[in-house]
Each structure stands twice: as structure tokens, then as C-alpha cells.
Design a protein around this ligand. Structure first.
Ligand code: ADP
Ligand code: MG
Length: 319
């Protein structure tokens, strides 16, 4: 059999008929038509082998995760996803990789009714870069800059499982098989909180998705809002699996974890009922875990109000 060329590869695995887009894969540009009065929300995230994923990840999960981490950014803005483009560098045109990769990618795309409208394909080290396009009513995006002293700090879902899985891969923690599968799934197959992001428009005063760990990502909100914060360590939502680990490891996973893809957001205490309604409409648990403060400091406290060393978030060029 002749080796598969670039255009055959695109046609076989990534060219599906456009539905919503005015022009999809196959021409020089894709054409998108946002609805009148809507702003485009655009975000781009790259996954590099050895940096963002391990070579052991199943291709189906890599396809899922590459899109999920991008959708998570749209969720953090409160945008509705429309379409995405895929820039793919891969060592070989290998069907055993491409078929499950595309299956994982399109399963998540179909779940949210969005389509792949273009991209670029090249031979090289395995590297997956997706750009997503979403829309939202002009002026209604959830930004990092709206937190004010006195607002509650909330997070969705549970934190720390993805980091725990990484620590097991690194040989720094051990788990029985089924518990490992659970946290490995959190790391490899995150759920973007799109419905929650949409439901929080007009309720949350700021939002960010947790990709680099709570301390680092909350730090972005603090800087851009010009505020400080107090986080109650014991209030942070965690799985039963994470609870089996030492207090020190739990703290690292919860505060400096990364790869959680949950939303962290702020809202005035007067909107607690509205936050809980948004969460139940989106079928996601949310937990109040801190308070926005005046100043610029982050204080992490335990149940007795004692200060806890917070550590730092993930930075590709610092660690
Ligand atoms: P050009 O040379 O005009 O930049 P290409 O030859 O790279 O275009 O790609 C041909 C068509 O296939 C374009 O419409 C492009 O958007 C699309 N395409 C290329 N790679 C991918 C991919 N990985 N997924 C989806 N569409 C792709
Ligand atoms: Mg062209």
C-alpha cells in the first residue's frame, strides 16, 4: 500500500462536511458567521509530547484533551463554542494513531455541536495545536479583572486528581489500580465546564479556568483585578482518592496541581443563590472556598485559620 500523503490524511481523518460554517475544510480560509450583536471569543492551546502529555496516553484521549483544554478557555469566558481549527505535527501518517485520535476529537466536538473548519498538517514531533472560536453577546464576557473585595471565591468540580495521577506516573505516589484509573482519567480526559460558564454570565464577576494550578491561576485574577484573596484549604473540593494521600501531597495537588480544567470564579455574596442555580442548571457541583480581599496578597488558611504555605503554580519556564 502506498504511504498516505498529506491531503489524503486530511481527507480521511479531518474533512467532514461543514454544517454551521459558511466554509469548512478544503479552501484557503474557513468562513464563520457569528450572529448579529455577538462578539467572537478566540483561544489557542498547544499540547506538546513530554510537556503536556506522556507518550503513554491513548490517542483517543489525546484527541479529546486537545479540544477539551481549548473549550475550557471558552467556558471561562462564558462563550458558546462554534468551531475550531487543528494544527497537527506528527512523526508518521499512522492510521493506528489518527483513527482513534480523530474519534476522540470528534466525539467531544459533536457533544457540543461544533465543527472542525480547517487546520494545518505537517510531519514532525507530535504536537497538537487547536484554536477555538466561540461567540457571546457583546460586552458580556467573563473576565479576570472583575473581582472585588468581599466577593466569594468559588470553584467547580474537584481539584487535584490530575496532579495526583502525574505524581503516580513520576513514582512519587502509589494507588491501587481502580483508584489510579480514576485519577488518570481526570488527567487525560478533562471535562470542559461550558454549560457552567454560560450560566454564570451576569452572575460571576470574574472567572478563569484552572489549567496551571489554583495558586497560579487565582494569581492572574488577583493581578488583573487588583485584589488579594484568602483561600480556605479545607474547603477545597477533592476526591475520596485524593483524601487517602498525605496532607502534604493533598496540599500540592489542590493548590499547585494543574490540569484541573475546573472554573474558578468570583461573585458577590448577595448572588449565592444565583450561583447555585447556575450550577444546578449546568449539572456541576460548585464550592465556595474563599474570599476576595483588599490588597495584593494571597493567604491560604487551614480550618483553624492558621496560615498555610501556598507554593506556586506551574510555569513552563520556571520548573
Ligand atoms: P494551504 O496550503 O492553503 O494553507 P493546506 O494545503 O495546508 O492549505 O490545507 C488544505 C485544506 O485542509 C485547508 O482548508 C486547511 O484548512 C485544511 N486542513 C489542513 N490540515 C488540517 C487538519 N489537520 N484538520 C483540518 N483541516 C485541515
Ligand atoms: Mg491555500
Amino acid at each position: 500500500m502506498a504511504p498516505m500523503g498529506e491531503f489524503e490524511l486530511i481527507d480521511r481523518f479531518f474533512n467532514r462536511p461543514a454544517r454551521r460554517a459558511a466554509m469548512g475544510v478544503g479552501d484557503d480560509c474557513a468562513l464563520l458567521q457569528p450572529q448579529p450583536g455577538m462578539q467572537l471569543a478566540v483561544s489557542c492551546d498547544m499540547l506538546v509530547e513530554g510537556r503536556h502529555f506522556l507518550s503513554t496516553v491513548a490517542p483517543e484521549r489525546l484527541g479529546h484533551k486537545a479540544l477539551a483544554v481549548n473549550l475550557s478557555d471558552l467556558a471561562a469566558c462564558g462563550a458558546e463554542p462554534l468551531a475550531f481549527v487543528l494544527a497537527l505535527s506528527l512523526p508518521r501518517a499512522d492510521e493506528a494513531f489518527l483513527a482513534p485520535f480523530a474519534a476522540g476529537l470528534f466525539a467531544l466536538a459533536d457533544e457540543h455541536g461544533i465543527e472542525l473548519v480547517g487546520g494545518d498538517t505537517t510531519a514532525g514531533p507530535l504536537n497538537v495545536c487547536i484554536t477555538v472560536f466561540g461567540q457571546l453577546p457583546a460586552g458580556q464576557a467573563l473576565l479576570r479583572s472583575g473581582a472585588r473585595p468581599g466577593h466569594d471565591i468559588w470553584v467547580s468540580g474537584r481539584l487535584g486528581d490530575a496532579r495526583l495521577a502525574l505524581e503516580v506516573f513520576r513514582g512519587h505516589a502509589t494507588l491501587p489500580g481502580s483508584a489510579f484509573e480514576e485519577v488518570r482519567r481526570a488527567m487525560e480526559r478533562p471535562t470542559p465546564r461550558l454549560a457552567l460558564g454560560l450560566a454564570l454570565r451576569g452572575v460571576a464577576t470574574s472567572a478563569i479556568d484552572l489549567s496551571d494550578g489554583l495558586v497560579g491561576d487565582l494569581g492572574h485574577v488577583m493581578r488583573q483585578s487588583g485584589v488579594g484573596a484568602t483561600i480556605e484549604l479545607d474547603a477545597l473540593p477533592r476526591s475520596a482518592v485524593l483524601e487517602t494521600q498525605s496532607q502534604a501531597l493533598q496540599r500540592v495537588c489542590l493548590l499547585a496541581g494543574g490540569d484541573d480544567y475546573e472554573l474558578l470564579f468570583t461573585a458577590p455574596p448577595s448572588r449565592r443563590d444565583a450561583v447555585l442555580s447556575a450550577a444546578s442548571a449546568a449539572r456541576v457541583a460548585v464550592t465556595r472556598c474563599g474570599t476576595v480581599e483588599a490588597g495584593d496578597e494571597l493567604r491560604v488558611v487551614d480550618a483553624d485559620g492558621r496560615l498555610v504555605e501556598p507554593g506556586h503554580g506551574f510555569d513552563h519556564f520556571a520548573s
